[in-house]
Each structure stands twice: as C-alpha cells, then as structure tokens.
Design a protein around this ligand. Structure first.
Ligand code: ADP
Length: 483
C-alpha cells in the first residue's frame, strides 16, 4: 500500500479549501529517512486567514443543535473507523510506531469522536435555588468560540481528535496546527471530517515548519478564545505567556516524569507487565511512560531480572515489519538525547543490564534497555527520557518512595504496584499526579479525565471534563417573578 495515498491530499485546509503552497517541507519516515510526502509551509498570514474562516463558520455551527452536531461527529467516527488500515499505514510511515500500535491509536483516536458526539448532548446547565422571592437562577453552557489546537507528533491522530472532537461537539470551530513531523495524519482526519459533513471553516489545518510564527498568531489573536496544547513544558510556558495578552483560556498537556513504584508486596508478574506496558509503548515516547521505576529493596533484584527477561524479547525494527514492537525514535535529536541520558547514568555508576546503546536497525533506533542502580544525581531522573529505557531506583520505605516520586516539578501520571489495599490507597493519595495507575500500567481512554498537576499542565482531556474545557458557563438571573 502506498504510504501517502492520493485519497488524502498533502495540503493544508482553510475554510474548506485545500491549500498546497507555495512553499513546502518534507515529511520523513523515521525508520528509513525516506520522504513520505511534502506539505505546505504556511505562516502568519495563512493562520490569520484560517482564524477568519473559523470565525465566519462559528455562528452557524454553534447554532446547530447538539443532536445535529452529534450526527455529523458519528459519521466522522464511522469514516475514521472504516479507514483504520489506511490511516494506520500512514501513521507508521510518518511517525514510526509499529502497525499494531498504529491500528490501536486509530481506534483510540476515533473513540474520542464517538464519546464526544454522545457527550455533546449532555452539556447541561443547572437551576440554583433562589435567595430572593422575585428571582430565579439558571446556568447554561455555551461554546467558548474559536479554538486553536497545537498537537504533538507522538499520537498523530489521537491528540488531534481529543481536542477537536470535544471542541466541535461543544459548538466551537477550530484551527489545528499539527506537529511538523506528523502532519499527514492530521490532514487525513480533517478530510474525513469534511467527508462526514463538518462544514467548511469549522475544522482548519495549518501545516508549517515554523511553529513559533503560527503559534504567535494563534495565541495573540483575540478572536481565538481558547488554546489547547500538548507538547513540552518549555513550549507550553511560552504559549501560556503569549496567551496572557488576551486572557485566553488554556488547556496544557505538558511533560511528565512519571514514577512507577513497585513495593515488596507487589505481584511480581503484574508489576513487570505494568512496567512493560507503561515504559515501552511507542518506543517510550509518551508523556505518561514510566520515567523513574522505584523498586523496594526486598523485590528489587527479582523485579530487575524479570523485567530484563521481558525486555530482551522486544523486537526492534521498522514499524511496518511483522512482529516489531519497538520502532524508531522520532528524529535525530531524540536519539541523541536518549543515548546521552544512558551515558550520563553509566558515567555516574548505573549499570546497564539490557541494551544500553543505539540499535542496528538504523540511525534513529535505540535498543530497549534496563538500567539499574539509578540515583538522584543522574540526569535520567530529572528529564523525560522519551525512549525505550527503564531506569531503576532502589528505595526502602513508603515515605522515601513518596518523597522521591514527588521530587519533581512534574505531576502527570504515576503508577504503583502493591497487593495491600490500604497502602495502595494512601500512596495513591500522596502522589502528586493527575492520574494514578494502581496495579495497572495502561489507563488512558476516552471516558476518563487525562491531565496533570504542577508543571505538567492545566485542565483535563477526555471524559465530561474534556467537554467542559470548550464551554463557558453563563449565569442568567431571571427577575420580576411574581411571588
Ligand atoms: P516535542 O519536544 O515533543 O516535539 P514541542 O513542545 O516542541 O514538543 O512540540 C509540540 C507542538 O508544539 C508541535 O506541534 C510543535 O510544532 C509546536 N511548537 C513548538 N514550538 C512552538 C512555539 N514556539 N509556538 C507554537 N508551537 C510550537
């Protein structure tokens, strides 16, 4: 199958029109270095035009009934689902993840469309008991307006639908800026939205190799009433500052440094399975991947050995090859960073028990690795690894584990493994994190709120909370009522 099939244009989308130039930039297959396609390199002027289009489309879209919008979103869900194989191939080509994971992401991405199609019908307001005989109090929920979404490359479909589906369900219109590494999936998803009946201008896509220029317009144009961003904390903070100029509402899904705690009383098999699921998915390139694996002394050696045995089985290679579970990293910077973190740790006394160096499959591949004896002076403890490397830290007491786990400016995901319900509950409460997996390494889905505390971000995506992010609450006081 052609990696960039003609049924999806290699073009940006503004006001229902496909825009192809004049300048373009390449999209590269990280497994091979080959060009998968070229997309337009747009700038500030086209971003303004896209905001114009979103603004023009807003009144008619927001006036549709929630049920009408839901019907269109349901059709969009059906079209995405029906084209799973094709979308998965496209994703593997531009992002590198194994095909099985890409298929899983299409389903995950589509699930947000289905969920918010349904949830949009339940944007309820309230009636509030009055404090004065002649008055009645009501709240209604209204769409916030034009929304900008800036998305990352690690989930090229799901991170778009997790923003666009609730925005559209709420009655907002959107301008999306996909990551420069993975614009093709965003374009494909937008094309299917158009095919499903999303009107021109409701869903716009600006492709660019100059993210700061486009980002500045999206942040500083006061017609954009909301920015939803997923990416690094550094960029998130810059966008937060830019959005202050017009007090724009923000959802920020930023970096993580997830601790995964394995207590002496954990079920070893369960803990290893959880660590594998959390750590090695997408070659370790998710913001909820376990970054620091804290293991209690009594189980440390057994856990390390059992984890190493599983990691040795992971097949590395191009995502399109059968049986591959670890694809390439996204680009040369990522590969260099992962190798640098391992070298730093080893230089400071850590021990590599599996992997520990780049893999033979190509310049962007890294061996799935396990490093033991990790201590707080090592950079790997403080930075998001974003690669297939497990860093094991030893601890003695619950208090020590909680202190180490919380000793970070981040607070996105955390995991703990223990068969003691009381301990699991109290540790879950004590962890500074927006999400905690107890005896579970995978928890993201469309029905639950995803998001972080501290410098991991603001707001939540998915669930009822994810719809609320695109709604304003208006209080109406009805006076003059005869009592
Ligand atoms: P990562 O390090 O995972 O690539 P980034 O935060 O750099 O994360 O990228 C996430 C998204 O933010 C991408 O779509 C990228 O193009 C975009 N981006 C990067 N820098 C800026 C910026 N200054 N303004 C707006 N968007 C940006």
């Amino acid at each position: 199958m052609n990696a960039s099939p003609p049924r999806y244009p290699n073009a940006a989308l503004i006001g229902g029109q496909w825009v192809t130039g004049p300048d373009t930039f390449p999209v590269i297959d990280p497994a091979t270095g080959a060009e998968v396609g070229r997309v337009p390199d747009l700038g500030a002027a086209e971003t303004k035009t896209a905001i114009d289009a979103a603004e023009a489309a807003l009144p008619a879209w927001s006036k549709k009934t929630a049920k009408e919008r839901a019907q269109i979103l349901k059709r969009w869900f059906d079209l995405v689902t029906a084209d799973t194989e094709h979308l998965a191939q496209l994703m593997t080509a531009e992002q590198g993840k194994p095909l099985a994971e890409a298929r899983g992401e299409v389903a995950y991405g589509a699930s947000f469309i289905e969920w918010f199609a349904e949830e949009g019908k339940r944007a309820y307001g309230r009636t509030i008991p009055t404090t004065a005989a002649g008055k009645r109090y009501i709240t209604i929920k209204q769409p916030i307006g034009v929304v900008a979404a800036i998305a990352p490359w690690n989930f090229p479909i799901a991170m778009i639908t997790r923003k666009v589906a609730p925005a559209l369900a709420a009655g907002c219109t959107v301008v999306v800026k996909p990551a420069e590494d993975t614009p093709l999936c965003a374009i494909a998803i937008a094309k299917l939205a158009l095919d499903a009946g999303v009107p021109p201008g409701v869903f716009n896509v600006i492709t660019t190799a100059n993210a700061p220029a486009v980002g500045k317009v999206l942040c500083e144009d006061s017609r954009v009433r909301k920015l939803s961003f997923t990416g690094s904390t550094e960029v998130g903070k810059a966008l937060y500052r830019q959005c202050a100029s017009n007090v724009k509402k923000l959802t920020l899904e930023l970096g993580g440094n997830a601790p995964l705690l394995v207590f002496d009383d954990a079920n070893l098999e369960q803990a290893v399975a959880g660590a594998m699921a959390s750590k090695y998915r997408n070659a370790g390139q998710t913001c909820v991947c376990a970054n620091r694996i804290l293991v209690q002394s009594g189980i440390y050696d057994r856990f390390a050995e059992a984890l190493a045995a599983e990691v040795k089985k992971l097949k590395v290679g191009p995502g399109r090859d059968a049986g591959v579970v670890i694809g390439p990293l996204i680009n040369a910077d990522a590969a260099k960073k992962v190798d640098g973190l391992v070298r730093d740790a080893v230089g400071k006394g850590a021990k590599v028990i599996v992997g520990g160096s780049p893999a033979a499959a190509g310049p962007l591949f890294y061996q799935p690795s396990v490093v033991t004896g990790v201590t707080p002076d090592m950079t790997i403890v403080h930075e998001e690894i974003f690669g297939p490397v497990a860093a094991l830290i030893r601890f003695e007491t619950d208090e020590e584990a909680i202190r180490i786990a919380n000793d970070t400016p981040f607070g996105l995901a955390a995991y703990l493994f223990s068969q003691n319900l009381g301990r699991a509950w109290s540790v879950a409460e004590a962890l500074d994190a927006g999400m905690v997996g107890v005896n579970e390494g995978l928890f993201s889905n469309e029905t639950v709120p995803f998001g972080g505390v501290k410098e991991s971000g603001l707001g939540r995506e998915g669930a009822a909370e994810g719809l609320d992010e695109y709604l304003e609450t208006k209080f109406i006081c009805l006076g003059g009522i005869a009592s």
